[in-house]
Design a protein around this ligand. Structure first.
Ligand SMILES: [Ca+2]
Ligand SMILES: [Ca+2]
Length: 284
């Protein structure tokens, strides 16, 4: 923990300049990482997997944390994560289970855990960005099911001390819950089931004339040009405070919710139903 805080402390200094640089990187294409700050966690689903059409259970981290985090797939109800072809230019991607609102329905959630006792996945008071590319099925939730009434794309923590990117009601929503408050930003635009999208969230910090806040940016891949076109950017001012998990066992997840101890898919899974790629978590 002490090491992680020192790392975060160093990232605080250039945060205002990096904010613009990070968003500028996204403007050049959803999958493109910012040149200014490399992701700590990055999942490309491109290699070390058993091939198109096959289920995979582990994946390497392409981000700067390397093996400081370990990544596998938590499943329930016979669900699998299947390697599939991704968007043009993005290599392979991960297909997650189709919608099933029953409590025993198939679930598969990519799980990113600290390899040791140091928590690298809690941003604390630092600025950070988290994002993913995705294609969401036409049916992905209902209003009554308690086991899949949403679509969570990237997440860390279940309630308090949480950051997440979700697609509930087909709108991209970014939520940060910390020691002070919950700050969220959600698009008015909805996503269809035929396009690839890139959604990113950024928690920026205040000071030196800047106002703290949370920003959601949604882009859609234009298959004719290969460009990621801005759909909507929305920002909410506010400071959620210190965002630190209960302990280092709390997992980061992609494609749904996990229990706080990281051992299994949560009962209310909010399973993302569709295909995901380029899951990033970037500090600073
Ligand atoms: Ca990929
Ligand atoms: Ca769902």
């Amino acid at each position: 923990m002490r090491t992680a805080r020192l790392r975060r402390g160093r990232t605080l200094l250039p945060v205002v300049g990096l904010a613009a640089a990070t968003l500028g990187g996204a403007a050049l294409g959803g999958p493109a990482a910012s040149a200014a700050t490399a992701p700590a966690v990055r999942l490309t689903f491109n290699s070390s997997l058993p091939g198109i059409g096959n289920a995979f259970t582990t994946i390497a981290n392409s981000g700067t944390l390397g093996s400081k985090v370990k990544i596998d797939v938590a499943t329930a109800g016979g669900g699998h994560a299947i390697q599939v072809q991704g968007a043009s230019g993005s290599g392979r991607a991960a297909r997650l289970p189709s919608y099933d609102g029953s409590t025993s329905g198939p679930r598969a959630v990519v799980r990113i855990r600290n390899s040791g006792t140091t928590d690298y996945l809690s941003p604390g008071t630092a600025a950070f960005t988290w994002s993913a590319d995705f294609q969401l099925d036409s049916v992905s939730s209902d209003s009554t099911s308690s086991s899949d009434n949403g679509d969570n794309l990237v997440q860390h923590g279940l309630t308090q001390n949480q950051w997440k990117l979700q697609l509930d009601h087909r709108r991209a929503g970014c939520f940060v819950s910390g020691s002070k408050s919950v700050v969220s930003a959600t698009t008015a635009a909805t996503v269809n089931s035929t396009s690839w999208y890139h959604a990113s969230c950024r928690r920026s910090i205040g000071g030196n004339g800047a106002v703290a806040g949370v920003t959601v940016v949604l882009r859609r891949l234009d298959p004719a040009t290969g460009n990621w076109v801005l759909v909507e950017s929305r920002r909410t001012a506010g400071d959620p405070g210190n965002v630190v998990a209960l302990d280092a066992a709390v997992p980061m997840s992609a494609g749904g919710k996990l229990t706080n101890d990281g051992t299994s898919v949560a009962t209310s899974s909010d399973q993302f139903n569709g295909t995901i790629d380029n899951v990033d978590y970037t500090l600073g």
